[in-house]
Design a protein around this ligand. Structure first.
Ligand code: FMN
Length: 180
């Protein structure tokens, strides 16, 4: 199992060159099921996933992805998933008391987004998490509720090339050590 997981972590990579092959909606649903299972602080699940798969909404999302001058590859991408943070209180398990001084929502969204992307990879899809998008415009274009904040837009599609790049990462000993 660990070897399979490591393989998934190695092959999940940001794709910036998508083929025009459409994405099956069922595959996006599987990704959302995976994301929904992610842990979150006090199980608050402060997320909403809004998918566009072809059609005019895809075109509007592609424009928002490129609006800041980045992510020009989004033009060809067949599907997108906007990830929005929903207001959600943190209520401690044992006491039921509300925890007001902790902010975990973006952390929680990150965990869910990772599960989404790994589930996509496991189904032969590729993803790119995009933060450099016009989030206000995207929110408006996709009809996302006023009390939510779009945090990232995930591009989803089939990669135009099967190449898996070597990961550029800090060395393990720079980021991990034991204390005796
Ligand atoms: C929160 C977040 C925002 C990102 N925003 C963008 C983006 O706007 N455009 C882009 O091309 N990549 C974006 N990326 C992808 C990163 O550049 C990428 O994950 C990193 O370079 C590591 O490469 P890898 O995903 O291929 O392993 C983003 C990643 C994260 C986690």
């Amino acid at each position: 199992m660990i070897e399979k997981l490591m393989e998934l972590f190695r092959t999940r990579q940001s794709c910036r060159n998508f083929s025009e092959k459409p994405v099956e909606k069922e595959k996006l649903v599987r990704c959302a099921e995976a994301a929904r299972l992610a842990p979150s602080a006090c199980n608050s699940q402060p997320w909403e996933f809004v998918a566009v798969c072809g059609g005019p909404a895809r075109d509007r999302a592609a424009q928002c992805a490129q609006a800041l001058g980045a992510n020009l590859f989004a033009e060809k991408c067949p599907a997108f998933v906007a990830v929005a943070e929903k207001p959600a209180g943190l209520y401690m398990y044992r006491t039921g008391k509300q925890e007001k001084n902790q902010q975990y929502a973006q952390f929680d969204l990150g965990l869910a987004v990772m599960q989404f992307c790994l589930a996509a990879t496991a189904q032969g899809l590729a993803t790119c998490i995009m933060g450099a998008v016009d989030k206000q415009k995207l929110k408006q274009q996709l009809g996302i509720s006023g009390d939510e904040e779009v945090r990232v837009l995930i591009a989803v599609g089939y990669p135009a090339s099967p190449e898996i790049r070597a990961k550029q990462r800090k060395n393990l000993d720079e980021v991990f050590h034991f204390v005796e």
